[in-house]
Design a protein around this ligand. Structure first.
Ligand code: EPZ
Length: 421
């Protein structure tokens, strides 16, 4: 397993290109199952999760061709060979469950392995199941697989999610595009990745309104045609790299960055003393003056502060002036980066879903363990400003969601290298 070695090396300056969004691409790809015509995605990120989704779609009989160094994905599911999503692939990535809605819509059946828990939580699928049953699906759990069928096809319905689940919203929206009649989905998630999915489905001929709000209305159609669609900018990669100059000092321009994707996050950066300026190429970020100020954070569904930026924000708060309270309200176990940051000298108390961070002057490099995708990058951010060398182990987590980290941060003057093992 590879490791990454980071050595504190002062302020960072330069530009970072922001890639297409992993969490948009992972829901756009299964949309190919909804049509027998080709769907091409451009601005796709080059990540191991995208490779895993490609493998899953191929196992179902779709053709997926990666071109232009992985930035273009040409897909076509002319025929579906099987409706079974195998555990061996699904266990690697929870987002595999996003083939459930499209398979039900297109083939009126699906057998999808339950993804199983992961480091950050149990991550059940009850919200997906209840919603798809409202559309007429019959779903039962047998030997760790969801066996779903919809004899005669899905039927439009009005349904309210008990929680604004991102994945459940995506599964229902995709399933409802080919259902008979109208679906009104209430308490829908509002994430930009869902808006991007709807933009793509509309290009394919779907009739959908209300994306980005809590009520999405889908008028079922008989079939969808092919399309070409650019993947929206990755707001989580964007927010992550905005924190690099915040933690180290210096000034960095993030190409393709958009404030509208991260308003709640940018408000917190402003309160912490970080300047964010819109340029014609993206966003320019710098530390205004002196030490970063501690700010409190509560993670919420969009448009609130993103849970996927909580670990990275904690890294910034470790050397802030004052005490910051971070509340994680989306996942039940998403503070595994805290003990690793404490190995670097951070002062953090974790009580259930609340972490209290007492800022210290400076962290000290140490060997640390990556436990999940966002925890990995928060340790790298901490290492960028720490005194001495930080070795982040198990960086396969990192490669799931961040393309070419060493290249992007190295271009800013960071001392960072990957050690193959
Ligand atoms: C998506 O996961 C993202 N993944 C996650 O990003 C992100 O953290 C999450 O949304 C929240 O924003 C992708 O888009 C591929 P949820 P998803 O359904 O859809 C509970 C990353 O780092 N829940 O909104 O799985 C669930 O356990 C990843 O890129 C149920 O209880 O998130 C969690 O506590 C991590 N029952 C909460 O809801 C269900 O049926 C939010 O889950 C579904 C979810």
């Amino acid at each position: 397993m590879d490791s990454i070695i980071v050595t504190g090396n002062g302020p960072l300056n330069g530009t970072i290109p922001i890639a297409g969004a992993k969490n948009a691409c992972l829901t756009l790809m299964p949309a190919t199952l909804l049509s027998d015509e080709p769907l091409t995605l451009t601005n796709a990120p080059r990540l191991s999760d995208i490779k895993t989704m490609s493998e899953l779609l191929r196992s179902l009989g779709a053709e997926v061709t990666s071109m232009q160094d992985g930035q273009v994905l040409a897909m076509s599911s002319h025929t579906i060979a099987t409706t079974k999503a195998d555990y061996e692939i699904v266990r690697k990535m929870r987002a595999s469950n996003l083939v459930l809605g499209p398979l039900l819509a297109r083939e009126h059946e699906a057998v999808v392995s339950l993804p199983g828990g992961c480091a950050i939580g149990a991550r059940p699928m009850d919200i997906h199941i209840t919603a798809l049953e409202a559309l007429g699906a019959e779903i039962e759990l047998k030997d760790g697989y969801l066996h779903a069928k919809a004899p005669g096809g899905l039927k439009g319905a009005t349904h309210e999610l008990r929680f604004a689940s991102v994945g459940a919203t995506e599964n229902v929206v995709m399933a409802a595009t080919l259902a008979k009649g109208t679906t009104v989905l209430k308490n829908a998630a509002r994430e930009p990745e869902i808006v991007d999915l709807v933009h793509c489905l509309r290009k394919m001929g779907a009739q959908i309104e209300g994306e980005g709000t809590s009520t999405i209305t889908i008028q079922g159609v008989d079939r969808l045609h092919g399309a070409t669609h650019p993947v929206v900018t990755d707001r989580i990669e964007l927010g992550t790299y905005m924190l690099a100059p915040a933690i180290c000092g210096g000034e960095v321009e993030l190409l393709g960055g958009r404030i509208d994707l991260l308003e709640a996050f940018c408000e917190k950066l402003d309160a912490a003393g970080i300047s964010v300026e819109e340029t014609e190429k993206g966003l320019k970020v710098a530390r205004k003056n002196g030490r970063v100020k501690a700010v409190d954070v509560v993670t919420e569904p969009f448009p609130g502060f993103p849970t996927d930026l909580q670990a990275q924000m904690m890294a910034l708060m470790c050397t802030a002036e004052g005490t910051a309270v971070l509340e994680e309200k989306i996942f039940e176990n998403r503070f595994m980066h805290a003990p690793e940051l404490m190995r670097m000298g951070a002062s953090i108390e974790v009580q259930g879903g609340t972490a209290t961070v007492h800022g210290v002057e400076r962290l000290k490099g140490a060997p640390v363990m990556a436990t999940d995708l966002r925890a990995s990058i928060s340790l790298i951010l901490a290492g960028l400003a720490a005194e001495g060398e930080t070795i982040v182990n198990r960086v396969y987590h990192l490669d799931r969601g961040y393309e070419r980290v060493e290249e992007k941060l190295g271009a800013l003057g960071a001392k960072i290298e990957r050690v193959k093992s």
